[in-house]
Design a protein around this ligand. Structure first.
Ligand SMILES: [Zn+2]
Length: 504
């Protein structure tokens, strides 16, 4: 007798429906798991046996072989526990096999027979749906997330016994227990942060608005305590809602990373991730042993990645950002193959003006040599800074300034209007924001008269050719913010000013 059930394993955000077959044969009692399981999945045998016993059923005292196919697919973790238990009990004819074979089961089993939530339920259910599956079984804590996928019937269970009774078992003994809650990995900020809290800082506020409107990456330089972090954290608040596709991708990444709050539903607002420079490369970029986990850059998908004290990040990590900045995704290579995660984010870099942080204003107290200062910024230079269109100095605000700033909601209205203008213009070229526009397009579509300040700056060696492109990109955003069809000379001049005091 063969029992069957289905489950899903994930490679990155890509789910594969797998078939779990259980075969019972006479012989000495044994439980063998085949089909490329890793050590963590091997432990499923102990969990499944204990959970079945806790549910009031007698584990078949025969030779049981469970095969997970396709065998070529690496499998890890505990998500298949539930399917393994169901297939084994169907093989033993302790439940009716038909219905169990059709559904996809996603859940870890506790030794006490409770069904525990797992990571990555949204991408797993989406994959099941794409494969034509119409019914999924999940832990109660995962039901809401599973229901985000249309067209699938979700059955939420607290215990294995509850499911077995549904599958026709007479012996299953439901245990009275609370469903397992989803573990809380990190507490998210309560009230959204508002630009109204930022006093003064007109230049920096303006740079933030331009960055939001054009999708430009931004570098803020300034001494510690000037408010760079406070400003960066308010960028998501003036960005538009995520598109449906980005919302699904972002929610899937956070589900897999274990950073999705229970009951959060689909993430609609751009996320904000601010990894510390001492964090591991795996934590920032993604990685881990066998199945690569998404890192901060993928959790920032659709939103903002903020690197405070950016020159302090390991060069290797900064280098790795080139790929997502170009392609919007990160490919992590592992022994069993490559794992891809989305990683399209708006990059905000913050840096002190020099290694000691005191080179501001008159710079009197700074003891860094000019060479040390150059070296400090050189860590950011090249491919990374080439993609940063905007640079702004952030200086500490004088005391006594107590006018409340303009609210994020008011700024977001202008940002949305500017983005809509840009999107309509760039749509035929496959771009959505000015930050994505290529140099050739910029030079062809910006009027000669408008370009003049840039050519002069180029002649005088004040900007590089790349710097000229960046200024033109920003000039288009300034025109979009003003609601005019094309940048004029003053927009280009302003764009050059916005890069004033930059580091390259
Ligand atoms: Zn210094």
């Amino acid at each position: 007798m063969i029992g069957r059930a289905r489950s899903v394993v994930l490679t990155g955000l890509t789910g594969h429906v797998i078939e779990v077959e259980a075969h019972l044969a006479s012989g000495l009692p044994a439980f063998t798991l085949v089909g490329l399981p890793d050590a963590s999945l091997g432990e499923a045998r102990d969990r499944v046996r204990a959970a079945v016993a806790s549910s009031g059923l007698t584990w078949p005292a025969r030779r049981l072989t469970v095969n997970l196919s396709p065998a070529s697919l690496p499998k890890s973790g505990s998500v298949t526990d539930l399917a393994i238990a169901v297939a084994a009990l169907a093989a033993a004819q302790l439940i009716s096999p038909g219905q169990a074979a059709r559904a996809v089961h996603l859940g870890e089993l506790g030794l006490d027979g409770r069904v525990r939530p797992v990571r990555g339920v949204l991408p797993a259910v989406a994959a099941a749906r794409a494969a034509g599956v119409s019914e999924v079984v999940v832990a109660r804590a995962d039901a809401e997330e599973a229901a985000l996928v249309d067209g699938v019937q979700v059955r939420a269970v607290s215990t294995l016994a509850e499911l077995l009774a549904w599958y026709g078992s007479d012996e299953a003994r439901p245990i009275a227990t609370d469903p397992v809650a989803r573990p809380v990995i990190e507490a998210h900020e309560g009230a959204p942060m508002d630009l109204a809290d930022v006093r003064g800082q007109d230049d920096a506020r303006w740079a933030l608005e331009v960055a939001a409107a054009g999708g430009h990456h931004l570098l803020m330089t300034g001494p510690p305590g000037a408010g760079k972090t406070m400003l960066a954290a308010r960028l998501p608040g003036i960005l538009p809602d995520l598109s449906r596709a980005d919302a699904i991708a972002a929610t899937s990444v956070h589900s897999l990373a274990g950073t999705l709050d229970a009951g959060a539903g689909l993430l609609r607002r751009p996320p904000f991730e601010a990894p510390h420079h001492s964090a591991s490369a795996a934590a920032i970029v993604g990685g881990g042993s066998m199945l690569a986990r998404p890192g901060a850059i993928s959790r920032a998908h659709g939103g903002v990645l903020f690197l405070d004290e950016a020159p302090e990040f390991p060069a290797r990590v900064l280098q790795t950002l080139r790929q997502p900045l170009e392609t919007g995704e990160i490919v992590l290579h592992r022994a069993h193959g490559a794992t891809r995660y989305p990683a399209r984010f708006q990059l905000v870099l913050a840096a002190n003006p020099c290694p000691c942080g005191l080179f501001a204003g008159s710079g009197e107290r700074c003891e860094c040599s000019p060479l040390a200062r150059r070296r400090y910024f050189a860590r950011l230079s090249g491919p990374l800074l080439d993609r940063v269109d905007l640079q702004v100095h952030v200086l500490p605000v004088r005391r006594g300034l107590d006018d409340e700033g303009e609210s994020s909601a008011a700024v977001a209205v202008r940002v949305a209007a500017a983005r809509a203008r840009a999107a309509a213009r760039l749509e035929p070229h496959g771009w959505t924001t000015n930050a994505q526009v290529g140099g050739a397009w910029l030079r062809r579509h910006t009027s000669q008269a408008a370009c003049r300040p840039v050519w002069r700056a180029l002649d005088e060696g004040r900007v590089t050719a790349r710097g000229a492109d960046r200024a033109l990109r920003v000039a288009w955003t300034l025109a979009d913010l003003e609601g005019v069809a094309q940048p004029e000379r003053e927009h280009v001049e302003q764009a050059l000013m916005l890069r004033h005091g930059g580091v390259s």
